[in-house]
Design a binder for this molecule. Structure first.
Ligand code: NCD
Length: 361
C-alpha cells in the first residue's frame, strides 16, 4: 500500500530523505542572509493555521514566515471561537480550511491527529505538534541552530534533559539526529519521565550509543549540546503527578561552570523554571537565537512545499486492520471513530500508522 501521496505533507521529518532536509537547511541559510530577496516569493498564496493547542513561537513564526514571503494567513488559535466548539470533527474542519488555503499548518493535543487531517485535506499539511508525539518543524529549527552554531550535525554528544516522555520536540529531534553519523545521546530524566519505547527502538535499531541517567550535574561535562525541556504539565494524568516531577531539573550558573566552553544550550521554549534566568546572559545560551532560526527555516519549508520541490512521502505504508484498536488511548483513532485503522508489521505486534505505538494482536 502506498497511498495519499499527492502533496508534500510534513507529518514526520523521517518520512523524507536527509538530502531534502539539507536542501531546506541550505535555503534557510540563504534566506537568513538575504531575506529581502524572498519578500514576494509567496505573493497571492494563503496559509491556514489551525491551532487547537496554545502556541506562541510556532504559530507566530509560521505567520511571520508567510508574511515575510509576501503571502497571507487565515486561521484560528483558539478552537473555542471556531465550529470545533460545536463538536465538528477534525476531518470536516480541515477539509474546509484546506479548500480555502494553499497550505495548512496544524497543532492538536492528540497524537496522530495531523496525519488524520492530511488523509483528506485538499492542500499540503504541516504538523506543528500532535500531542506528545512529534514536532517536525521544531526539529528543523533545532537542526538549523546546530548547523549554524556548531557547524555540523555529526559526531555530537547530545544531552536531552527533562520530560523525555511527553516532550514531542525530544522525540522528533532524536529521530532526526540518528540520521547523522557518530552522534551520542545522554538521556537525562527521572524514571517516570523516561523516553518512550518507540524512540528507544529507533536508537537501538540504528546502533546508537545512548545512556540513561538521572543527574544533570554528572552528565553536563561530557556534552556538546544540552537540550533542556519543560515538564509538560498539560500531559500529566493529574496535578499531583505533575507536582511530583515539577522542578526536577534546573540549569543554573553553577551547573554551567561544569560544562564545556563550547557546549550550547537549546530549549524549544516556553521555559517554566528549568533554566534559571541568570543563564540567559551566558554566550552558550542559544534558545532565543534558536527561536529566530525557526522563522527562517519555516520560510524555507513553506517555499519548498509551495514550489513542489520534493517528492511527496506516502502517508500510509501499512495495511488496513479495521478490527484492531490501537493500544494507545491517546491516539486519534480512539477519539475519532470514522478514521480507517492502518498498522505496519506482520508479527504479533503491529505499529499504529498514526501514533507509532505498538499494539499486540
Ligand atoms: C514546544 C511544543 O509545543 O512542543 N514548544 C514549541 O513549539 N516551541 C515545547 C513545549 O511546549 O514545551
Amino acid at each position: 500500500m502506498n497511498s495519499y501521496t499527492k502533496y508534500i505533507n510534513l507529518i514526520d521529518l523521517n518520512d523524507y530523505p536527509v538530502s531534502w532536509w539539507d536542501q531546506l537547511l541550505e535555503l534557510g541559510h540563504e534566506i537568513r542572509l538575504s531575506p529581502e530577496k524572498f519578500s514576494d516569493s509567496c505573493k497571492g498564496k494563503i496559509m491556514g493555521t489551525l491551532f487547537y493547542e496554545p502556541s506562541t513561537r510556532t504559530q507566530m513564526s509560521f505567520q511571520t514566515a508567510m508574511l515575510r514571503l509576501g503571502g497571507t494567513v487565515i486561521g484560528f488559535d483558539n478552537p473555542a471561537t471556531s465550529s470545533v466548539a460545536k463538536g465538528e470533527n477534525i476531518k470536516d474542519t480541515t477539509k474546509i480550511v484546506s479548500s480555502y488555503a494553499d497550505i495548512m499548518v496544524m497543532r492538536h493535543p492528540v497524537a496522530g491527529s495531523v496525519k488524520a487531517a492530511a488523509l483528506t485535506a485538499d492542500c499540503p499539511v504541516i504538523n506543528a505538534g500532535d500531542g506528545g508525539h512529534l514536532h517536525p518543524t521544531q526539529t528543523l529549527t533545532d537542526l538549523m541552530t546546530l548547523k549554524e552554531e556548531k557547524g555540523s550535525l555529526q559526531d555530537l554528544t547530545i544531552g536531552l534533559c527533562g520530560d523525555l516522555k511527553n516532550g514531542r520536540t525530544v522525540h522528533s529531534l532524536i529521530k532526526a539526529m540518528t540520521c547523522y553519523k557518530g552522534n551520542r545521546f545522554v538521556l537525562i530524566s527521572t524514571p517516570e519521565l523516561a523516553l518512550p519505547m518507540y524512540i528507544k527502538d529507533v536508537l537501538s535499531a540504528g546502533g546508537f550509543e545512548y545512556k540513561e541517567v538521572t543527574s544533570l550535574e554528572e552528565a553536563i561535562g561530557s556534552l556538546d549540546v544540552l537540550y533542556m525541556t519543560r515538564i509538560q504539565r498539560e500531559r500529566f494524568p493529574s496535578e499531583e503527578d505533575y507536582q511530583a516531577q515539577k522542578g526536577s531539573y534546573i540549569l543554573d550558573r553553577r551547573k554551567m561552570l561544569m560544562a564545556k566552553k563550547d557546549m550550547i544550550v537549546l530549549h524549544p521554549l516556553p521555559r517554566v523554571d528549568e533554566i534559571a534566568i541568570e543563564v540567559d546572559s551566558d554566550s552558550r545560551a542559544m534558545y532565543f537565537k534558536q527561536a529566530k532560526y525557526g522563522m527562517y527555516i519555516r520560510m524555507s519549508l513553506i517555499l519548498t512545499i509551495l514550489n513542489k520541490n520534493g517528492v511527496p512521502a506516502p502517508l500510509i505504508c501499512g495495511r488496513p486492520l479495521p478490527a484492531v484498536r490501537c493500544s494507545n488511548p491517546g491516539c486519534i483513532t480512539n477519539h475519532e471513530e470514522y478514521l480507517p485503522r492502518y498498522f505496519i508489521g506482520s508479527g504479533d505486534t503491529v505499529i499504529c500508522e498514526y501514533c507509532d505505538e505498538r499494539t499486540l494482536l
